[in-house]
Design a protein around this ligand. Structure first.
Ligand code: HAM
Length: 420
């Protein structure tokens, strides 16, 4: 028996209503903020991600689905969208067509992580990117949009954490200070953190190991070494969030797993989903466009994990959708009339009625059972004595009432079903 690959998941028809409910809220919210949808290919040249996200990151060094295709090109299934969106903007000169590009997406992503609750190898993100202005209002918007979406989904157990990583020069200066602080504690660090000491020292803050946490609780913090400009930018972001009544906390230890960030970074955490608790993450990346070979275009964005959000919704029991219904089930009473019944259903379907027929010449009892299983609002009996007299019988399944309708007056059936 061939099964789905570890870490991937079928989204079954019974799951789909919740996905659509979420996507609908995403689409409407993005529209209200005037973001336009973008869809990029599922795979890209590997260099886009290794250069964009950073060679030393876990994503690039351990998690990408990379392979050489038949034309000897190294390609990678997208582990995230930001680099792809920036590539598309540069490639199509969207930045020359308008000063600000506000784009959003809903898309599968691929990372070969160790699967666990809320962590998959193919997962789905919705997110947004705004490129063109270095405005703190856009940073705040990237926190407000997902927060609004999560609130509309009914989620409560949320915390918004924000930080600023400043500009590269202040960060490089700080890294020397952190290195100095850790130098004589190096041997007490975990093996992973000792590796990070050289390649990605800031990520030591992210370690879950007790020995690291013990050391890092006294470490100097980047926020105390920020340059003037970055501090000012951060103050405005905080001010806007406060005025927008977004409850947030500054977490000076928040380091993100991607290297492209400058200035503001943030995560929205849920207390309802266990260890994989980040529902959303993002930040500003003013140097990314240049890093992947374009002009200098400041940008900021966020991405949120749909599986994790739906898990939080399930755990907080926030989404209750009405049972799915169909409008009409055509019950065939006379097996010789099968093609006519099929044709009648076709006519109703053209008029936006959700109609179903029997495909297996089943007994009337079995067809009624099926109509009930499908929550049919109405059943139309096709055949029998009434049909010989030129009439259909239409049964309202909610109250059991039946009406007889001339077979030539199907528009009357339509009017009853549509309630007009
Ligand atoms: P990220 O923090 O890597 O950021 O991912 C964003 C969100 O995707 C996470 O908070 C989480 O909800 C979800 N996610 C990540 N990995 C997995 C996984 N293996 N399984 C399930 N869900 C997962 C980015 O991807 C950046 N591109 C965000 C961004 C946009 N920054 C600027 N613009």
């Amino acid at each position: 028996m061939i099964k789905a690959i570890t870490g991937t998941k079928d989204i079954l028809p019974t799951d789909i209503p919740k996905w659509k409910y979420l996507e609908n809220i995403v689409n409407k919210t993005m529209e209200s903020f005037n973001y336009k949808e973008i869809r990029t290919p599922v795979f890209e040249e590997t260099a886009l991600f290794s250069r964009g996200i950073g060679e030393a990151t876990d994503i690039v060094s351990k998690e990408m689905y990379t392979f050489i295709d038949r034309s000897e090109t190294s390609v990678t299934l997208k582990p995230e969208m930001t680099a792809a969106v920036v590539r598309a903007i540069i490639e199509h000169s969207l930045d020359k067509k308008q000063p600000l590009n506000k784009l959003f997406y809903v898309s599968p992503m691929f990372r070969q992580e160790k699967p666990q609750a809320g962590r998959f190898r193919q997962f789905h993100q919705f997110g947004a990117e705004a490129l063109g202005f270095d405005s703190p209002a856009l940073d705040a918007e990237m926190i407000i949009i997902p927060y609004q979406i999560l609130k509309q989904l009914g989620l409560n157990n949320l915390s918004v954490k924000i930080n600023s990583l400043g500009i590269p020069s202040s960060r490089e200066n700080y890294k020397l200070i952190l290195r100095d602080f850790l130098k004589d504690k190096f041997s007490s660090l975990s093996e992973e953190s000792r590796k990070r000491f050289d390649v990605n020292i800031l990520r030591i803050f992210d370690s879950k190991e007790e020995c690291d946490q013990l050391i890092m609780k006294d470490a100097p913090l980047l926020i105390d070494y920020l340059d003037e400009e970055s501090l000012k930018h951060f103050e405005v972001v905080k001010d806007i969030l406060t005025k927008a009544q977004i409850p947030f906390e500054v977490d000076a230890r928040l380091v993100r797993g991607l290297d492209y960030y400058t200035n503001t970074t943030f995560e929205i955490i849920s207390g309802s989903v266990g260890s994989q608790s980040a529902l959303c993450g993002g930040g500003r990346y003013n140097l990314l466009a240049e890093q992947i070979g374009g002009a200098s275009i400041p940008g900021v964005g966020f991405a949120a994990g749909i599986e994790r959000i739906l898990l939080a919704c399930a755990n907080e029991n926030t989404i209750s959708l009405p049972d799915e219904k169909i409008d009409l089930y055509v019950v065939l009473l006379d097996k010789t009339l099968g093609t006519d019944a099929f044709n009648l259903a076709l006519n109703f379907r053209e008029k936006d009625i959700i109609a179903e027929v029997d495909y297996a010449l089943r007994s009337v009892k079995a067809q009624m059972r099926e109509a009930n299983r499908l929550n049919a609002r109405y059943v139309l009996f096709f055949g029998g004595e009434e049909y010989k007299n030129g009439e259909f019988v239409l049964k309202n399944m909610a109250d059991g009432t039946e009406s007889k309708i001339n077979i030539k007056e199907t528009e009357k059936i339509l009017a009853i079903i549509k309630g007009v």
